[in-house]
Design a protein around this ligand. Structure first.
Ligand code: IVH
Length: 662
């Protein structure tokens, strides 16, 4: 046999042995035999590199080093799924399907917490692996994906197929990796998903080959090319081709069965060696899937049921207190560090005295903690079985910083420090004023404000604009110097021309966030109109309720605050916003728009500014009055609601197109 044919033959034999071993758990040759064949192939490839096959199993050890990943357009887009966070939302999904189709089967599959990947095979041979990217365009990570031991490079049939699945890092590999990183002093990965996606983005594939990634396949993208009629058959077909599928799937015929299956999965998942975060529920029959079709972003025939967030127990070591920019006092739980939903938590807000009393939380207690919306850690309750002789919580009576007596109104849940000279209050107020969404004085961060405050240069917002008078002293301060002070003073000077809405937000009025500030400014146009506005004037604005209106009125009753405004006037800061010439014929003019999810090309604030300029009203909740929802990645309940109400939904791509055309 000539060399080329021997190389082809070895490639085929070894790839098949890999499938038998990894996919079918049925080794068909001894380790020794395998090693010998592998060695022979490796040597032949070295001597005759021109004959090496593109799907050679020797690539599994990696070696290719790239300088970047090429972009690839998905022939068939990779959509994401809508979510259901509880059984009611799941029922909503079920009923939406039921409305269109009388009788149908559902298939539920455990949702693997990894990263989605699309694989292209031609004639049964691996060609390319592409990440999801934005769903339309992904990145070619073939060299890395090829190193995954359980991925077949030659299939059992010579098919042209595009398949999709999830790359993940089993817990064992994850722990091993983090242990290694700890010894090296490298930052640790917070969870297996981040570790898997960080690994797939490595440019050196030999690193990838050592990290123990794994893959399950669950979708045949071009199912029409084969004789498969439903998702159940698709999973069998994938398995027959040599792919690893996740065996945790079930077919159900009613909502009750489905819920039972999900409950079973929620128990079974704790015994698996990989992370799961929910159950993907799909209408089984492909014809019905076609009939149901897609919304702007999601298939209507599937949804992702998300498991409730993980609850962990830890010890509450101490309750401390923070003073916010408005003087609000926030009790904070200092906890024994614990991992919850993938990250380490050692502090959690306790909101206010009432929150602590309602739950009878005491220093020294063991408490249950979860991440609300998987982001902010929150204490749910106390484990009373472990209570010993902890003393009941006592709210402080004096400011932890300036020691002045705290004030609390009957109607308010919070305690406040009302000492206008309170250092913490003032420092936080200045930090807020300088922050990115306010005046954006980028070098005036926490550390600098604290230092300058400590030295007596900065006691309030106005002092920022007198810093220049201390130039000679400031440049002598350790850690600063001429260059950084010049930069800081430039940024301060530039801030004087910031738009009115940013300045208004920067004032730090209680309950007035960036969005509310923008709304008030665009409705009332200038500072005097706002100062003179009555409660009725303010609440007649669609988004403004009593609480916000009262905060604004209280703020402008305070002489000190009026002095600050006078300073802005005397120094020609921007204190009005041109009433926007509503662009009558613009796509967005007069429309009430809600933004949801994460956008790739804008921050939400940027987009909101832009839409308001184009005449839209940006609102925070979806109601019948909403004309349009712009849904980014991971849009949640707002998108669900929009779909239910039949409100038009735009994807980021569609939005970009409209903005470009208009
Ligand atoms: S099906 C259009 N099945 O969950 C349907 N997805 O948004 C495409 N995932 O991006 C997804 N396990 O990364 C499907 N058994 C499974 C899955 C699964 C995990 C991921 C996938 C997708 C996301 C859902």
């Amino acid at each position: 046999m000539d060399i080329l044919n021997r190389i082809k033959e070895l490639t085929k034999i070894i790839n098949k042995a890999n499938i038998d071993y990894h996919t079918y758990d049925n080794p068909t040759m001894s380790d020794y035999e395998y090693d010998m064949l592998f060695k022979e192939l490796k040597e032949l490839e070295l001597a005759y590199p021109e004959y090496k096959q593109p799907n050679s199993p020797t690539d599994k050890v990696g070696g290719v080093i790239l300088d970047r990943f090429l972009k690839v357009i998905h022939d068939i887009p990779m959509t994401s799924l809508s979510n259901a966070f509880n059984f009611e939302e799941l029922e909503d999904f079920y009923n939406r399907v039921k409305k269109e189709i009388d009788s149908f089967e559902l298939i539920s599959e455990l949702k693997i917490d990894g990263l989605a990947i699309s694989l292209i095979y031609e004639n049964g041979s691996f060609v390319k692996a592409v990440t999801r990217g934005d769903g339309q365009v992904g990145e070619d990570v073939s060299e890395n994906v090829k190193t995954i031991k359980t991925l077949p490079l030659t299939l059992t049939k010579p098919v042209n197929i595009t398949v999709r699945g999830e790359i993940f890092m089993p817990y064992g590999s994850f722990q091993k990796l983090n242990r290694e990183r700890e010894t090296e002093g490298a930052p640790l990965f917070s969870n297996p998903r981040n570790a898997a996606s960080g690994t797939i983005r490595q440019l050196d594939s030999s690193i990838v080959s050592k990290r123990g990634l794994d893959i399950f396949l669950y979708t045949v993208a071009n199912a029409d090319d084969f004789e498969i009629e439903n998702q159940y058959e698709a999973l069998q077909f994938l398995h027959d081709l040599g792919f690893k599928i996740n065996k945790n799937y079930k077919v159900s015929n009613s909502l009750e069965e489905l819920i039972q299956d999900i409950k079973d999965f929620d128990i079974a998942r704790h015994n698996l060696n990989f992370a799961t975060d929910g159950v993907v529920v799909k209408v089984n029959d492909f014809n019905y899937q076609k009939e149901l079709g897609f919304t702007a972003r999601h298939p209507k025939w599937a949804t992702a049921y998300k498991f409730s967030p993980e609850v962990v127990e830890t010890k509450l070591l101490k309750i401390t207190f923070q003073v916010g920019r408005t003087g609000v006092i926030t009790p904070v739980a200092n906890l024994e560090t614990v991992e919850v939903s993938g990250s380490n938590v050692s502090r959690a807000t306790l909101h206010n005295e009432g929150f602590i009393r309602d739950r009878d939380i005491r220093e020294g207690d063991y408490v249950y903690l979860q991440k609300a919306g998987e982001i902010i850690p929150e204490i749910i309750s106390v484990n009373m079985d472990k209570r010993t002789n902890q003393l009941p919580f006592e709210m402080i009576t004096n400011c932890p910083d300036c020691n002045s007596l705290l004030s609390k109104k009957e109607s308010d849940a919070d305690h406040f420090c009302i000492n206008p000279e309170c250092p913490s209050r003032n420092i936080n107020q200045i930090i807020h004023f300088a922050s990115r969404n306010a005046m954006n004085i980028d070098t005036l961060g926490e550390r600098v404000v604290e230092t300058f405050h400590g030295l007596g240069y900065l006691n309030n917002i106005i002092d920022i604009y007198y810093l220049k008078d201390h130039y000679d002293e400031l440049i002598e301060l350790p850690g600063f110097g001429k260059k950084s002070i010049d930069k800081l003073l430039d940024a301060i000077e530039n801030s004087k021309t910031m738009p009115f809405s940013k300045l208004f937000f920067g004032l730090g009025i209680k309950n007035v966030g960036a969005k509310v500030a923008q709304i008030i400014v665009s409705e009332l146009s200038d500072i005097d109109t706002i100062i003179n506005a009555t409660k009725e004037d303010l609440t007649s604005i669609f988004e403004i309720g009593d609480v916000i209106a009262e905060s604004i009125i209280t703020y402008f009753k305070d002489e000190k605050n009026l002095e600050t405004i006078k300073f802005f006037k005397d120094n020609n800061f921007v204190l009005s916003q041109e009433k926007i010439e509503k662009l009558e014929d613009h796509y967005f003019s007069g429309k009430t728009v809600v933004l949801t999810g994460t956008l790739e090309h804008f921050s939400r604030n940027e987009l909101s500014d832009k839409l308001v300029l184009l005449g839209a009203k940006v609102s925070s909740s979806v109601s019948k009055k909403t004309d349009l929802v712009i849904a980014g990645e991971q849009a949640g309940s707002k998108l669900t609601k929009a779909n239910e109400l039949g409100i038009k939904v735009l994807s980021e791509q569609e939005l970009l197109e409209i903005l470009e055309n208009e």
